[in-house]
Design a protein around this ligand. Structure first.
Ligand SMILES: Cc1ncc(C[n+]2csc(CCOP(=O)(O)OP(=O)(O)O)c2C)c(N)n1
Ligand SMILES: [Mg+2]
Length: 791
C-alpha cells in the first residue's frame, strides 16, 4: 500500500480490512457475471466453469462496492439507521455481493450458504433462468428501488426520508442517470425536506464519466461548474477523486465523516435550536474510473475508465483463450484466498467490520416497508356524504367531498405522521382544497406574505413535476407509509413509465414471501376529458386507464364513481387497501348526484349494477343503457329520458359500472363478474348501448369474451376536443344524449321502421345545438338545466 495509507482517519488495520472487504465484493461481483462453477478458483478456470451467456454490468459495480464498504463503516461507528438506493441499479451484483458478505442474504435465502456451495449458487443464480435478475431488484435485500429505468433514485430517496427523522438514505446517482429529466428535478427535493421532522438524504453523484456508449455531460464540464450546479441546487458539494484504492479509502472516509457531521449539525440546529432556515445539505461527487480495478485493456483497447467497461468487459471466452486468462488474472487480482477460508466462508476478521442485525442495510426494515406499515385510520366517510334530495336534483362537486374525507384522514393520522397527499400544483384546482387546510403544504424555500398555506411541516406535497409527486409517493409507500396522488387526467401520462415500474415491483414482491404488503398507490384523476372549460384539447386524454389495464390483474384496480357518494365509498376502500395500484377517475365540476350514501356503498360493493329507479324493463329489457364515468352517466340518463318521451313502451335497463374490472371475465381479473351474473345484467339477446368515459375500444377489449359482445355498442372519447361547451364536447365525440338515444333506437330490432325518423330527429337536435352554441357560446338551456324527472 502507498504512503497514502496513513493519511486519513483510517488506521492501517481498518484500511487493510476495508480494502479486503471491497476486494471480496468485487470478486463476488465478477464471479456472478462470469462463473457457474469453481467459485474459489481452486483449480485453473476452464470453459466449463463459465456461464454460456454473460449478462450483467460491471462498470458501475466496483464504485458501488466501494461505497457500501464506506457506509458500513459509518453505520458501525455512528450507529446509523441507513438504507441504500442505487440509481445505476444495473450494478445488481454489487448489492447482492454486499448483502451476502454482511450475512443478510443467507439469512433471507438460506440455500445461499456462507461456504463454497453457497458462493457457487450465488454465482450461478445471477442472470440465470429462474435465478435472480441482473439489477438491484425486489429480490435484493435492502432495496426499494430497481434502478432498471434510470432517473428515479433521488426522488425515491427523498420519499423514503420524509417523516423518518432517524433515517439516512444513501443514494447513488449515476452520472448518466443524472441527465434524465426526473433526476435533474429531483435535486430540488431539498426544498421540501424538513431537517426537524424528516430524515436525511445523502446523495452521491457517481461520476465515473460514462454511460453505455458515451461520456456523461457532468463529467465533461469543468469541475468548478459542476460544483456550482450543485450549489445552485442548494447543496454543499464535496468531491473525492482518484483511482488509488488506499488514497481513495482515506479520502472517502474523511469526506463522509465531514458530511455526516454536517448532517448531524443541521439536524441538531433544527431539532434542538429551533433553526428554520433551509440548510445546504451535503452531497458527494465521486470521480472514479468506470470499471475500476477491472481489466485495463482488452484486445488492445482501453477498458477500465472508459465506456467499454459498462457491461461485460470481454466475452468470447470460447473463441479467444487469452480472454480466459484475462478473466482468471482479473479474479485472482482480488486474492480470493485471503478473503475466503478453505470452506469458502468469508473470513471472520473481515466479516466483523460489517454492521450487525438490523443495522445491516440488507436488513433495514424501512426497505421492507410492509414490516413497518401501520393501518391508516380512516374516519367514517359517511360523515361527509352528500344529501340526496331526489335523483339528480342536487348538484355537487364530487372531489370536494373527497377532500373533506382526506382532510379527516390527515387529522386522524397526525400523530403517526404516515399520510401525505401529492399533486402537481392542482390539489386546490381539483377541489381537494380542504385537505390543505390545517396541515398546509410542505415548503422549505422562501415565503412571501402573499403565500397561503405554505408550511415547513405541511403534509400536502405540491411541485409542478408529476415525476416528483409519483417518485416521492412511491418512496413513501415503499417505506411503509400511506399516500394519495391527485392529478389532471391528461398529464398523469407523464408518469406512465414510472407506474409501470411500480406495478412490476408489486407484481414481483407478491411472489417474495419476506416482502410484506405495502399500502396501495392511489390516484385520483380529475379535470377530466369531458370538462375542459378553460383549457382544451391539450388537456384531454383519458388513456391512462388503458395504460393501467395492461398491468397484471392482481395489481390494478380502476374505478369511475358517477357521483360524490360513490367517490367517498371508493376513496375509503382504496385508502385501506394494500399492494394495489388504485385508479379513481372522478370529476370536480358541479354535477348531479344520484345515489344516497347507503346506495352508493352497496353499488360500489358490487362494482356495477342495475339502477332500478332509472329503468323500466321489468326484468325483460329491449335495450340496456350502460354507463361508466360521471359525464357518460349523465348523458346516458338524459338519453333514457328522451327515449321515454319518444317511445314510452320501450323497456330500458340502466346499468352503471363503477369498477371497470367487473366487465372482464373472472378468469382474467379477480373482480371479473361470473358469466352468469354478467348475462343477468346484460341479457345475451339484448342490445347494449354503452357510454364510457374513456376510449371506447377499451370496453370492447374487456368484454370481447362475453356473450353478446357483437351486440355491444360503445361510445366514448374519440380524440375530438377543443375549448367548447361541456355538451358540445359530448356531441363532438358522439357520446351525447341524442346520439345515445339514436343508438338505442337503431339497435332494437322491433324499432327498425322508426330508425329513419329517429335519424331525422337526431340531425335536427344536433343542428339546433350547434347553431345555439355558435351563437351564444353556451349550451342550450334545455341541456344545461336538464334534470332527471322528479319521482
Ligand atoms: C430511462 C432509461 N433510459 C435508458 C436506459 C439504458 N441504460 C442502461 S444503463 C445506461 C447508462 C447509465 O449510465 P450511468 O447512469 O452513468 O451509470 P453507470 O455509468 O454507473 O453504469 C443506459 C443509458 C435505462 N436503463 N433507463
Ligand atoms: Mg456513469
Amino acid at each position: 500500500m502507498s504512503e497514502a495509507t496513513t493519511k486519513g482517519p483510517l488506521s492501517p488495520e481498518i484500511l487493510a480490512k476495508m480494502d479486503a472487504y471491497w476486494r471480496a465484493a468485487n470478486y463476488l461481483s465478477v464471479g456472478q457475471i462470469y462463473l457457474k462453477d469453481n467459485p474459489l478458483l481452486e483449480r485453473p478456470l476452464t470453459l466449463d466453469d463459465v456461464k454460456p451467456r454473460l449478462l450483467g454490468h460491471w462498470g458501475t459495480t466496483p464504485g458501488l462496492n466501494f461505497l457500501y464498504v464506506q457506509w458500513n463503516r459509518l453505520i458501525r461507528e455512528r450507529n446509523l439507521n441507513m438504507m441504500y438506493i442505487i440509481g445505476p441499479g444495473h450494478g445488481g451484483p454489487a448489492l447482492v455481493a454486499n448483502t451476502y458478505l454482511e450475512g443478510s442474504y443467507s439469512e433471507i435465502y438460506p440455500h445461499i450458504e456462507q461456504n463454497r456451495d453457497g458462493i457457487k449458487r450465488l454465482f450461478r443464480q445471477f442472470s440465470w433462468p429462474y435465478g435472480i435478475p441482473s439489477h438491484v431488484a425486489p429480490e435484493t435485500p435492502g432495496s426499494i428501488h430497481e434502478g432498471g429505468e434510470l432517473g428515479y433514485s433521488l426522488v425515491h430517496a427523498y420519499g423514503a426520508a420524509f417523516d423518518n427523522p432517524d433515517l439516512i438514505v444513501a443514494c447513488v446517482v449515476g452520472d448518466g442517470e443524472a441527465e434524465t429529466g426526473p433526476l435533474a428535478t429531483s435535486w430540488h427535493s431539498n426544498k421540501f425536506l424538513n431537517p426537524a421532522t424528516d430524515g436525511a438524504v445523502l446523495p452521491i453523484l457517481h461520476l465515473n464519466g460514462y454511460k453505455i456508449a458515451n461520456p456523461t455531460i457532468l463529467a465533461r464540464i469543468p469541475h468548478a461548474e459542476l460544483e456550482e450546479l450543485m450549489r445552485g441546487y442548494g447543496y454543499e458539494p464535496f468531491t473525492i477523486e482518484g483511482d488509488d484504492p488506499a488514497t481513495m479509502f482515506q479520502q472517502a472516509a474523511a469526506t463522509f465523516d465531514t458530511m455526516l457531521d454536517r448532517i448531524a449539525a443541521i439536524q441538531k440546529a433544527a431539532r434542538e435550536d429551533g433553526e428554520t432556515k433551509r440548510p445546504a445539505w451535503p452531497m458527494l461527487i465521486m470521480r472514479t474510473p468506470k470499471g475500476w480495478t477491472g481489466p485495463k485493456f482488452v484486445d488492445g483497447k482501453p477498458v477500465e475508465g472508459t465506456w467499454r467497461a459498462h457491461q461485460v468487459p470481454f466475452a468470447e471466452l470460447r473463441e479467444k483463450p487469452e480472454h480466459m486468462r484475462l478473466l482468471e488474472d482479473w479474479m485472482r487480482s482480488y486474492k480470493p484466498e485471503e478473503l475466503f477460508d478453505e470452506k469458502g466462508k468469508f473470513r471472520e476478521e473481515l466479516a466483523e467490520i460489517a454492521p450487525k442485525g438490523r443495522l445491516r442495510m440488507g436488513m433495514n426494515p424501512h426497505a421492507n416497508g410492509g414490516l413497518l406499515l401501520q393501518p391508516l385510520k380512516v374516519p367514517n366517510f359517511r360523515d361527509f356524504a352528500v344529501k340526496i334530495e331526489g335523483r339528480g336534483q342536487t348538484d355537487s362537486e364530487s372531489t370536494r367531498a373527497l377532500g373533506h374525507l382526506l382532510h379527516a384522514v390527515m387529522e386522524a393520522n397526525k400523530e403517526e405522521k404516515n399520510f401525505r397527499v401529492f399533486g402537481p400544483d392542482e390539489t386546490a384546482s381539483n377541489r381537494l382544497g380542504d385537505v390543505i387546510t390545517g396541515t398546509g403544504k410542505a415548503w422549505m424555500a422562501e415565503t412571501l406574505p402573499v403565500d397561503e398555506n405554505l408550511s415547513e411541516t405541511g403534509r400536502v406535497m405540491e411541485i409542478l413535476s408529476e415525476h416528483m409527486c409519483e417518485g416521492w409517493l412511491e418512496g413513501y409507500l415503499l417505506t411503509g407509509r400511506h399516500g394519495f396522488f391527485n392529478c389532471y387526467e391528461a398529464f398523469i401520462h407523464i408518469i406512465d413509465s414510472m407506474v409501470n415500474q411500480h406495478a412490476k415491483w408489486l407484481k414481483v414482491t407478491r411472489q417474495i414471501p419476506w416482502r410484506k404488503p405495502i399500502a396501495s398507490l392511489n390516484y385520483l384523476l380529475s379535470s377530466l376529458v369531458w370538462r375542459q372549460d378553460h383549457n382544451g384539447f391539450s388537456h384531454q386524454d383519458p388513456g391512462f386507464i388503458d395504460h393501467l389495464m395492461n398491468k397484471k390483474a392482481d395489481v390494478v384496480r380502476i374505478y369511475l364513481p358517477p357521483d360524490a357518494n360513490t367517490l367517498l365509498s371508493i376513496g375509503d376502500h382504496c385508502l385501506r387497501s394494500k399492494n394495489y395500484i388504485n385508479l379513481i377517475v372522478a370529476g370536480k365540476q358541479l354535477a348531479p348526484q344520484w345515489l344516497s350514501i347507503e346506495e352508493a356503498v352497496a353499488h360500489c360493493a358490487t362494482g356495477l349494477g342495475i339502477w332500478k329507479w332509472a329503468s323500466n324493463d321489468d326484468g325483460n329489457p329491449d335495450v340496456v343503457m350502460a354507463c361508466c364515468g360521471d359525464v357518460p352517466t349523465l348523458e346516458a340518463l338524459a338519453a333514457v329520458c328522451l327515449l321515454r318521451e319518444k317511445m314510452p313502451d320501450l323497456r330500458i335497463r340502466v346499468v352503471n359500472v363503477v369498477d371497470l374490472m367487473t366487465l372482464q371475465p373472472q378468469s382474467e381479473h379477480p373482480h371479473g363478474l361470473p358469466d352468469e351474473e354478467y348475462d343477468r345484467l346484460f341479457p345475451p339477446d339484448v342490445p347494449v348501448v354503452f357510454a364510457f368515459h374513456g376510449y371506447p375500444w377499451l370496453i370492447h377489449r374487456l368484454t370481447y369474451r362475453r356473450h353478446n359482445h357483437d351486440n355491444l355498442h360503445v361510445r366514448g372519447y374519440k380524440e375530438e376536443g377543443t375549448t367548447t361547451t361541456p355538451f358540445d364536447m359530448c356531441v363532438l365525440n358522439n357520446i351525447d344524449r341524442y346520439q345515445l338515444a339514436l343508438d338505442a333506437i337503431t339497435r332494437v330490432p322491433r324499432l327498425a321502421d322508426q330508425v329513419d325518423a329517429a335519424q331525422q330527429w337526431y340531425s335536427e337536435a344536433i343542428q339546433r345545438h350547434k347553431l345555439y352554441v355558435s351563437e351564444n357560446g353556451d349550451d342550450l338551456p334545455e341541456i344545461k338545466n336538464w334534470r332527471w324527472p322528479k319521482s
